[in-house]
Design a protein. Structure first.
Length: 191
């Protein structure tokens, strides 16, 4: 009786170990296949010239297998010859060229709305500036402006200067404040 109990416990343990081995081997194989798929996607992006995507994918492969020669070579080339895209708000606005900006005796609020419409048209609807104006008096200041073939960030800079304001580029918006508010807050902060 004892022998049959011990035998059944041993056979149960062997069955569990065998199952665990095959499950871990299957898991290892699936991870290897996934890593190979990531490598193949990264390699395809590299040869298509999409170095941003290639860098992201091949970095994952290098993290899992630092000795993979082809991955290391492609990553070395990307690091030496590629500058990643700068998606900062100022650079996005600098990339939009406004063909003609003509405003005569408009308020700051009207000027901003005009720049939004011009930017939307110039970028095919991709870039619409987000501008926040702090201060009721600032929104009512008047300005006149005439520019041609100017980047959106420069047009915003001109508008800001004409109403004697200060522009701060945040992650999602340009914040306009009057220079008097800026001077006051700086003086308060230094006390």
């Amino acid at each position: 009786m004892k022998t049959s109990m011990i035998g059944s416990k041993v056979s149960t343990a062997v069955a569990l170990l065998t199952t665990a081995f095959f499950m871990s081997a299957a898991g290892f194989s699936a991870q290897a296949e996934d890593l190979n798929a990531v490598f193949q996607q990264g390699r395809a992006a590299y040869y298509k010239g999409d170095l941003d995507t290639a860098y992201k994918l091949l970095s994952r492969v290098a993290a899992a297998n630092p000795k993979h020669a082809e991955t290391a070579n492609m990553l070395a080339y990307i690091r030496a010859n590629y500058q990643p895209k700068d998606n900062s708000l100022k650079n996005q606005y600098a990339a939009v060229i406004l063909p003609k900006v003509s405003m005569d005796d408009v308020t700051l609020s009207e000027a901003i709305e005009g720049l939004r419409a011009l930017s939307k048209n110039a970028s095919g609807g991709k870039v619409v500036p987000n501008v926040i104006v702090k201060g009721e008096e600032l929104t009512k200041k008047k300005l006149s402006l005439s520019l041609a073939n100017v980047p959106l960030d420069e047009a915003l800079n001109y508008v800001t200067q004409l109403v004697e304001a200060k522009a701060t580029y945040d992650k999602h918006a340009v914040i306009l404040t009057s220079q008097a508010d800026t001077i006051t807050s700086t003086a308060t902060a230094t006390k």
